[in-house]
Design a protein around this ligand. Structure first.
Ligand code: S3P
Length: 167
């Protein structure tokens, strides 16, 4: 089966849905943030604080470049990976790209207790919405399929994505 790559903003459910896709198919689950953490022996907050976003984007690009070469995977990417042009190229060339949308309300609700996201602060939700707005055209530019995630369970969405990808 073709690789499936999930893109979309923080809190759109990429990792959760990717795990369900993996459970419902033969695709092996990967998460680009988790791979970065594994390789750098450092969490995302630490990388941002100690080395800055540019270094993080470089690691992200290297990890995605390596992962897309695998066959039979479902990959949950980080919400900002689309700002790097080479990621957009790698994702579109090596699999089906799925864009997960989320409303600002649901996004805030899902991220409320998140402390692992350096670009999100519950005190400054406007920043989050600005990021999403800036990135929306980039998500749309590479998506083969897109889905609203507010009102459908991750299990059902995974099922729908698998059906659409196998047609
Ligand atoms: C980021 C999203 C995060 C993570 C990092 C930066 C972003 O991933 O890659 O904190 O720029 O939107 P999730 O989308 O999985 O939260």
């Amino acid at each position: 089966m073709t690789n499936i790559f999930l893109i979309g903003p923080m809190g759109s459910g990429k990792s959760t849905i990717a795990k369900h896709i993996s459970k419902q198919s033969s695709l092996v689950f990967y998460d680009s943030d988790a791979e970065i953490i594994k390789q750098r022996h450092s969490d995302i907050n630490e990388i941002f604080q100690q080395e800055g976003e540019q270094s993080f984007r470089r690691y992200e690009q290297q990890v995605i470049e390596k992962l897309v070469k695998k066959a039979g995977i479902v990959l949950a990417t980080g919400g900002g990976c689309v700002i790097t042009p080479i990621n957009r190229k790698n994702l579109t060339q090596k699999g089906i790209v799925i864009y997960l949308r989320v409303s600002p309300q649901a996004q805030l609700h899902r991220l409320a207790s998140s402390e692992e996201r350096p670009l999100f602060s519950a005190k400054e939700p406007k920043k989050l919405f600005e990021l999403t707005k800036l990135r929306t055209p980039l998500y749309e530019s590479i998506a083969n399929f897109s889905y609203d995630t507010d009102n459908t369970s991750p299990e059902k969405l995974a099922e729908k994505i698998l059906t659409d990808c196998s047609q």
